[in-house]
Write a protein that binds this ligand. Structure first.
Ligand SMILES: [Zn+2]
Ligand SMILES: [Zn+2]
Length: 291
């Protein structure tokens, strides 16, 4: 591969693999469970998310996009989706993602920063209803905040795919507080109303594509939680899950769906989760709301 960008490999880099889902649609897989997507139109290419800012991502994208103009967009502000933004001169994202998009989960080594050609990349706000015109392929933006307040989903009208970011994974939705379950339910119902416009769902984690019938199970699962009769999994059966990051979470399961959430009134633990969402929590504290 010809390398336009000189990237020095770092100790914790994991490998990329990529494959064509269609002739004009790449899945770029980083490490064990994170996918990015590259959609090719006749004139422009759209990269959905940038992973952790590791390895040869800009060279891989540069090679795969051909001579198309590259657009880059984030599904939401979490660093596993935004870490590589500084590989690119401009990145589209929800305006709600501006504050936290550059906030890493841990300290960033100088060698990591030295690999970044655009440390002061431009953030371009994009919101519900915006359409990326890639040339013969339109990609529509929907605001779908629940897992994260800055979440955007995308309907690719060209290949009839729905990209929901982390709003739902293959088999699970991670909703950090009880109030997010209601927002999630509303979003799923809206996506269900639009289901005639896509054939498959393309989450960023744990495998894709998944059948759109997942939405039915997610809607039932979320509705039952909101109605106060959640289909809870016995905590003894998910002991490993309920440790560390997910300490205190409940897991409800219906069919192929599963929702992980904190019970109503549960305080965000000041443990590892607080470390990861430090800025979000500080901001919320200032504004007197919960995250
Ligand atoms: Zn996320
Ligand atoms: Zn993620």
């Amino acid at each position: 591969m010809e390398r336009k960008y000189k990237i020095v490999p770092l100790p914790n880099d994991e490998p990329y693999r990529w494959w064509r889902l269609f002739d004009d649609t790449y899945v770029i897989h980083y490490g064990e469970a994170l996918d990015l997507f590259l959609l090719l139109g006749s004139e422009k290419a759209l990269l959905i998310d940038t992973a952790y800012g590791r390895g040869d991502l800009p060279n891989i994208v540069d090679m795969l996009k051909g001579d198309r103009e590259l657009l880059v967009v984030n599904t939401h502000e979490h660093f596993d989706h935004t870490g590589g933004n500084r590989f690119f001169p401009k990145v589209y994202m929800s305006p709600l993602a501006f504050v936290n998009a550059d906030h890493a989960f841990g300290p960033l080594p100088q060698e990591w920063l030295d690999n970044m050609p655009y440390p002061d990349y431009e953030k371009i706000p994009v919101d519900d209803g915006y359409v990326f015109h890639l040339g013969g392929r339109d990609v529509e933006v929907l605001a779908t905040p629940a897992h994260c307040k800055s979440s955007l989903s995308f309907i690719d009208h060209g290949r009839r795919l729905l990209f929901p970011g982390d709003e739902l994974d293959a088999g699970q939705a991670n909703l950090n507080v009880f109030e997010s379950v209601g927002a999630f339910l509303k979003n799923c119902k809206r996506l269900k109303e639009r289901e005639a416009e896509y054939d498959f769902i393309m989450p960023n984690h744990n495998g894709c594509p998944v059948a759109k019938s997942y939405l039915d199970d997610f809607i039932t699962c979320a509705q039952h939680i909101v109605d106060g009769k959640p289909d809870l999994v016995d905590p003894d059966d998910v002991q490993d899950f309920c440790k560390g990051f997910f300490k205190g979470h409940l897991r409800a399961q219906v069919g192929d769906s599963c929702i992980n959430y904190l019970p109503e009134g549960f305080e965000i633990p000041r443990g590892p989760i607080a470390e990861i969402f430090k800025k979000e929590i500080a901001e919320a504290d200032e504004e007197g709301r919960s995250v």
